[in-house]
Write a protein that binds this ligand. Structure first.
Ligand SMILES: NC(=O)C1=CN([C@@H]2O[C@H](COP(=O)(O)OP(=O)(O)OC[C@H]3O[C@@H](n4cnc5c(N)ncnc54)[C@H](OP(=O)(O)O)[C@@H]3O)[C@@H](O)[C@H]2O)[C@H](O)CC1
Ligand SMILES: [K+]
Length: 509
């Protein structure tokens, strides 16, 4: 699903009104009508006190429409208007008048802290103060009102955006931003729903399709792509009936050191479970017996170093090399990594200590084969890119980095983001149970395996991140967030593939 900028959504609004021959008020009625429908379906005429806090723009207008429809359906509703200015949007005003037309009392005007409504933990608060029109931080008593709503303990449903949350910057601690339990948003999710410092304000969310002009949206370049099952399914390459292991490539997993052999075994097992034809593990000598006994499906080549990699030499050349898990950063390992980078021509996957070595030796960056996939977690990313001001600055720096070195970055987080040039792919699978040792090693193995099966490196990165998260979700559904470990992610990669085609007649082919 495409994620658009606020400017694109405003433009889509205009185009829709023109092409569909409707008024902006009709579009508001349509959009807010969908919000009402969702609330009605959930509350099912329950007699919960509903308090709608409206601004004076179109977000407030949405709040008024929702209020009118709820009143007409017999709900117990109080509507408030935050009077931070005398200005009113046109569609706000016409819907303000409609409240009177249905015989309901006028909304209560809030002019300062003395007017704040009483709020109780059992109330259902609808936040319609600011939407995507926010253009400066809320101040004074309006900011206090936002803090007051947050502190009430009531259930908060935000319309379109939690009020006070900008679409292009992250709040500072203490800023006035509604902390929603749920957000109902129009047409497309917003980038801030997925970033570490902003997602917490959004709560759970749902996207309501308000029928904005399809042609405009299809042609508009996406700010980012959200990767869900539909998108992931389109990336899948079916396996041929007449094929052999050579068709699915040879992955080589290089890494490990004394006490950290488990990491490469997880990557290798993940590569096998993702469908690689052949997997070779290249390890220090101390890994030989361990790896041969725990993973009979993999071949093992050992380095001359007993406890660490010292002189990486192998034959034949694999289709793809994954480097770094558990490798350590000793001087000898750094040196042999440098020569590996110099002699490798095809895209690599670089993870963990491989990334640390790149950060410590920035001169290595230009040696990375084009189109390689780097998979840093936030700390590793910071070492690579330097400090950033906020999540937006981080993404700008990441784009610059991938452009400069012609590589692909998978920024691992709750919503991992794959960055390639100016393109962002936001993953929508995964869960907090995956914050566990070895989960990253598994991801590196999945990406490697897909590249060996001739997926383009960018597609491999995006698809692997989806599958890895889905495998984690399936593992968590059986074992809990706490009880799952990285090996369980590996064990459910197959189920993640099957899930792609659940309820689909075509099956996996
Ligand atoms: N296509 C769609 O997605 C549709 C969206 N709808 C809804 O419309 C809002 C956006 O409405 P808009 O009127 O543009 O803006 P807001 O309601 O978010 O804000 C209103 C005005 O408030 C002023 N403002 C901004 N920041 C502050 C602040 N910190 N303090 C005080 N005032 C502020 C600003 O006006 P100024 O002239 O004062 O600058 C805003 O314009 C969208 O989110 C949806 O809810 C439609 O209903 C349907 C289609
Ligand atoms: K809002």
């Amino acid at each position: 699903m495409k994620i658009f900028t606020v400017q694109q959504l405003a433009e889509a609004d205009k185009v829709t009104i023109e092409k569909q021959g409707i008024t902006s008020e009709e579009l508001m009625e349509r959009a807010a009508g969908l919000v009402f429908k969702e609330i009605h379906a959930r509350l099912n005429n329950e007699s919960v006190p509903i308090k709608i806090i409206c601004g004076i723009g179109n977000n407030g207008g949405d709040g008024l429409v929702v209020g009118r429809l709820l009143i007409e359906h017999g709900y117990y509703v109080s509507i408030y208007v935050v009077n931070f200015t005398k200005e009113r949007s046109r569609d706000f005003l016409s819907n303000y008048n409609k409240i009177k037309e249905i015989g309901a009392p006028w909304p209560t005007l809030l002019k300062g802290a003395e007017d704040f409504p009483e709020l109780h933990p059992k109330d259902f608060v609808i936040d319609a103060i600011f939407g995507i029109g926010l253009n400066r931080p809320p101040e004074g008593w309006v900011a206090d009102l936002i803090h007051y709503i947050n502190a009430s303990g009531a259930f908060i449903l935000s319309i379109d955006m939690p009020s006070g949350l900008f679409s292009t910057k992250t709040p500072e601690p203490g800023d006035a931003v509604i902390k929603a339990n749920y957000t109902l948003t129009f047409q497309a999710p917003k980038l801030v729903y997925y970033l570490p410092k902003t997602a917490e304000f959004v709560g759970n969310y749902q996207v309501l399709n308000i029928g904005l002009d399809y042609e405009y949206l299809a042609a508009a370049p996406a700010e980012a792509q959200l990767i869900d099952k539909e998108e992931a399914k389109n990336l899948y390459i079916p396996r041929k009936n007449f094929s052999h292991k050579g068709d699915y490539g040879h992955s080589m997993i290089i890494g490990g050191s004394y006490g950290k052999i488990g990491s490469i075994s997880l990557s290798a097992k993940a590569a096998l479970r993702t469908g690689a034809g052949l997997v070779t593990i290249y390890s220090p000598e101390c890994g030989y017996e361990i790896l041969q006994s725990i993973l009979p499906e993999a071949m093992v080549i050992i380095d001359e170093g007993e406890k660490e990699l010292k002189n990486i030499q192998f034959e034949p050349e694999p289709d793809v090399i994954c480097f770094g898990m558990g490798a350590g950063i000793s001087a000898a390992t750094v040196k042999t990594f440098e020569s590996l980078l110099k002699k490798t021509k095809s895209p690599m996957v670089i993870d963990a200590d491989g990334l640390n070595m790149l950060s410590n030796n920035k001169g290595f960056l230009k040696l990375i084969p084009k189109n390689s996939v780097l998979t840093p977690h936030p700390k590793e990313l910071e070492r690579l890119l330097g400090e950033w001001k906020d999540d937006f600055d981080k993404l700008a720096k990441a784009k610059e980095f991938t452009n400069k070195y012609e590589v692909i970055l998978v920024i691992k987080d709750a919503h991992s983001i794959t960055v390639s040039g100016d393109n962002l792919y936001i993953n929508n699978t995964g869960n907090p149970g995956m914050a566990t040792a070895g989960a990253g090693d598994v991801l590196a193995g999945v990406i490697t395996s897909l590249i060996s099966q001739k997926y383009e490196p960018l597609i491999a990165a995006v698809f692997a991140t989806y599958l890895h998260g889905k495998a984690g979700d399936i593992a968590a559904s059986k074992l809990s967030y706490q009880g799952m470990i990285a090996g369980d992610i590996v064990d459910n990669i197959g189920a993640a593939f099957l899930d792609l085609f659940k309820n689909d007649d075509r099956g996996m082919e």
